[in-house]
Write a protein that binds this ligand. Structure first.
Ligand code: GLU
Length: 417
């Protein structure tokens, strides 16, 4: 079993031990937990692009709280285990955010960097055709994830609508604004993470101007988190992409760095050309900062490097960036690990706003989106913080406790268990 799936299932089992005491019928509770450990449906198929076949999946984890919801990932190292883990995390994430969805995840095992634009379009259309019988506004609502974006959602929406013979923009979120996308969706995950950060430092009584941040990953999530956090007055001292990163104790100018990265291709080149201090991705994780933000792929913090982490707090902006051993180790050490299902829930929360706008045919301003996002995220943080304090458990356990309780109560009300 892959590490990320092991971590997701272990988290559920661990948190169920705390939750168990809330339920008098232990057998019924155990059955409910068994159901949460297993996805409801797995759709499998091959996607054909110009004579080449790519393995594809859509995992529908649990829809007790609403339609399945979750992104579609194009990655050559992806697997069914990973899709199952990420679909499970989506169920927990939507429950933590208090938005009315279950969890799902789609994966195509492909390296999109090796495809032409034309091939990428065919891949997206063929994948949409594969999942069309299983998705829809009240059934399963996909969105972007790693290596997918608004253009890909637009191609998929067109395919779905042609196949079903009707307009149905609420079938996909993360669409371009022109096709019913929401204001603020692109930056939503980063923006949501900064709202969690603001709530966290307020709860802990930490002064903003003393906080330093290192961010691994400069894709959509890492970039907007860095940009919005530094605009909010935090000192971002390191950022990286897959080539490595730039470190400056005095703080970085994110917009300038982003322009340089565009000009020279990656941070390793930026460091050489602009004579900046270069750090490898491993070194970035070990920097003596207040907050470490893994915002790239899973298992960045693992049993090999966990002892070298010197940050005081970890903010999981990627999905599943800490493996089970490292999570346990950091907890013992007294490092607060703010879990992915809270930190990066801004993305799916604005997806929910997009879906609401599509169903209403009425569109919100950026101000309204951000106001609602801040309210939703701050409430999620405060709910979790309260549980953490009263039960003396980690943030992750508290978040899972809250999520599992909401999912299990919905399953019980429906009579599924
Ligand atoms: N892929 C994002 C996530 O993992 C967003 C999912 C969505 O908007 O449905 O949270």
């Amino acid at each position: 079993m892959e590490a990320i799936l092991k971590a997701a299932l272990t988290q559920i089992k661990d948190s169920s031990l705390v939750l168990e005491e809330d339920y008098s019928d232990k057998k019924r509770f155990e059955k409910a937990i068994e159901m949460v450990l297993t996805p409801q449906k797995i759709i499998k198929g091959k996607v054909k692009v110009k004579g080449k076949n790519f393995q594809a999946y859509r995992v529908e984890h649990n829809d007790a709280r609403g339609p399945f919801k979750g992104g579609i990932r194009f990655h050559h190292q992806a697997s069914l285990d990973e899709a199952q883990a990420l679909a499970t995390l989506m169920s927990l994430k939507c429950a933590v955010a208090g938005i009315p969805y279950g969890g799902g995840k789609g994966i195509v095992i492909v390296d999109p960097a090796k495809l032409s634009q034309e091939e990428l379009k065919i891949l997206s259309q063929e994948y949409a055709r594969l999942i069309t019988p299983f998705i829809g506004p009240w059934r399963d609502v996909p969105a972007p994830d790693v290596n997918t974006d608004g253009q890909i959602m637009a191609w998929m929406l067109e395919t779905y609508e042609k196949e079903t013979g009707q307009q149905a923009p609420a079938t996909f979120t993360g669409k371009p604004i022109e096709l019913g996308g929401s204001q603020g969706r692109t930056e939503a995950t980063g923006q949501g993470g900064v709202y969690v950060l603001e709530a966290y430092i307020k709860a802990k009584g930490i002064r903003k101007n003393g906080v330093t941040i290192a961010i691994q990953g400069f894709g959509n999530v890492g970039f907007y988190f860095a940009k919005i956090a530094s605009a909010a007055g935090y000192k971002v001292v390191a950022v990286s992409d897959s080539s490595g990163g730039i470190y400056d104790k005095k703080g970085l100018n994110i917009d300038k760095l982003s322009t340089s990265k565009e000009k020279y291709g990656n941070f390793s080149e930026v460091a050489k050309k602009e004579k900046r201090q270069f750090v490898t991705n491993e070194e970035l994780l070990e920097l003596p900062v207040t907050i470490l933000v893994p915002a790239a792929l899973e298992n960045a913090i693992n049993k090999e490097n966990m002892e070298k982490i010197s940050a005081e707090v970890v903010f999981e902006m990627a999905n599943g960036p800490t493996d089970s051993e490292a999570d346990h180790y950091l907890n013992e050490k007294g490092v607060d690990v703010l879990p992915d299902i809270l930190c990066n829930s801004g993305g799916v929360t604005v997806s929910y706003f997009e879906w609401v706008q599509n169903l209403n045919g009425y569109y919100w301003t950026m101000e309204k989106v951000n106001e609602e996002l801040k309210r939703t995220i701050t409430k999620a943080f405060n709910d979790i913080d309260k549980i953490k304090t009263s039960k003396i458990i980690s943030y992750r356990k508290a978040a899972n406790y809250l999520a599992l309780k909401r999912i299990i109560d919905a399953m019980m009300l429906r009579g599924r268990v």
